[in-house]
Design a protein around this ligand. Structure first.
Ligand code: OSB
Ligand code: MG
Length: 369
């Protein structure tokens, strides 16, 4: 692999089509960084799916731009990586900052794929022609939420996930279940409960959720293992799985029966693929989550989700669920059968719209050798 001549960091603020509320707050726009890796006039694109606030993870777009400019960029330009797959090793001396690493690595994969004239999914080892799409719905007044549940199910989405928190769980789940019949339904607490609430969480068993995502805190692996023994509903971990080592430990401890893989959370596509591989060996189904990515990160996620172990519908929805317009020229579209087709074009299979980039940009900085 040939190194890029420079990295350009485009920090954007993208207004959401409708506000998104989770157990840690409500957002009306999403900050993100598009990483442009430029080599011989070709641009490869990656995304740092951080936000303005360090709520879901400790990173923000400001910390990520700092870490890329001061550390990851210089480390990359000082290295001779054979492939973008070497990024986790090149960046190993920087602890944490998974989203910053993911943004740089994914830009390099897109650049490499474009140079070779192949889809990025081919380089990731993807085997599927299409992936199954699910949608994650935030906390909202019940009537508005149920209208959305109905609308997304009617549009073909294969699974619906509701955000829950203490005081907002039994009621929305009962209503959604009544509306949906036996349609696949899941719930995500983003760590809002404690181990002391196990008896309450066992009451969710009646809704026959496909799984319950991250009920307890992100550091509470042993608590999740104990909780798993008290529930019929399988547990899925998201925030807790910050690396392949944590995935291995969680699986070994039986802290979860399902894993949500987010390339942005685990440090990039290579780490995501390692977690996919180890879960597949352990017969743990995985699915691809998201962090409100724009089209750039969304298309990388689609490519990662085309690997064979991604056997459950994930959170990869169409561009129109979050953004109008998206920053890519061909938005991600979910078919009437609830699927997203892999793209045959080189790289991620779309171009970034410079008009949207300029209109939504907060900052632009260039990182050179
Ligand atoms: O926990 O999966 C999560 C969005 C932001 C932060 C955390 C989460 C989410 C989602 C939506 O659930 C995922 C998406 O549609 O991109
Ligand atoms: Mg989650």
């Amino acid at each position: 692999m040939k190194l890029p001549d420079r990295l350009v960091l485009h920090t954007l603020r993208l207004p959401l089509v409708f506000p998104f509320e989770t157990s840690f707050g409500r957002v009306e726009s999403q900050d993100t960084i598009l990483v442009e890796a430029v080599g011989n006039g070709v641009s490869g694109w990656g995304e740092v799916p951080a936000s303005a606030q360090p709520h879901y993870s400790s990173e923000t777009v400001v910390t990520a731009a700092y870490v890329i400019r001061e550390f990851l960029g210089p480390m990359l330009f000082a290295s001779r990586p054979a492939s973008p797959a070497a990024c986790p090793a090149v960046f190993a001396r920087v602890r944490g900052h998974a989203m910053a690493k993911a943004g740089v690595e994914s830009a390099l994969w897109d650049l490499e794929a474009r140079r070779r004239g192949v889809p990025v999914a081919r380089l990731y080892g993807g085997t599927r022609k299409e992936i199954e799409s699910g949608v994650s719905l935030g906390i909202d007044p019940l009537r508005a939420l149920l209208r959305r549940v109905e609308a997304f199910a009617a549009r073909g989405y294969r699974r619906i996930k509701l955000k829950i928190m203490p005081g907002w769980d039994l009621k929305p789940l009962a209503a959604a279940r009544a509306l949906l019949g036996d349609f696949p339904l899941t719930a995500d607490a983003n760590g809002a409960y404690t181990a002391a609430q196990a008896a309450h969480l066992a009451r969710l068993d009646r809704f026959h959720l496909d799984y319950l995502e991250q009920p307890l805190g992100h550091e509470d692996l042993a608590d999740h293992a104990r909780l798993a023994g008290k529930l019929r509903t399988p547990l899925c971990l998201d925030e807790s799985i910050a690396s392949p080592d944590l995935a291995r430990n969680a699986v070994e401890m039986k802290a979860c029966r399902v894993v949500n893989i987010k390339p942005g959370r685990v440090g990039g596509p290579t780490q995501a693929i390692r977690i996919h591989d180890l879960c597949r060996k352990a017969r743990i189904p995985v699915w691809c989550g998201g962090l409100l990515e724009s089209g750039v990160g969304r298309l990388h996620n689609v490519a990662v989700a085309s690997l064979p172990g991604f056997t459950k519908p994930g959170d990869i929805s169409g561009s129109d669920r979050y953004y109008a317009p998206d920053v890519i020229d061909e938005p991600v579209v979910v078919s009437a059968r609830g699927t997203i087709a892999l793209r045959p074009e080189p790289g991620i299979g779309a171009e970034v719209r410079r008009d949207v980039l300029v209109r939504r940009r907060l900052r632009r900085e260039v990182v050179r050798p």
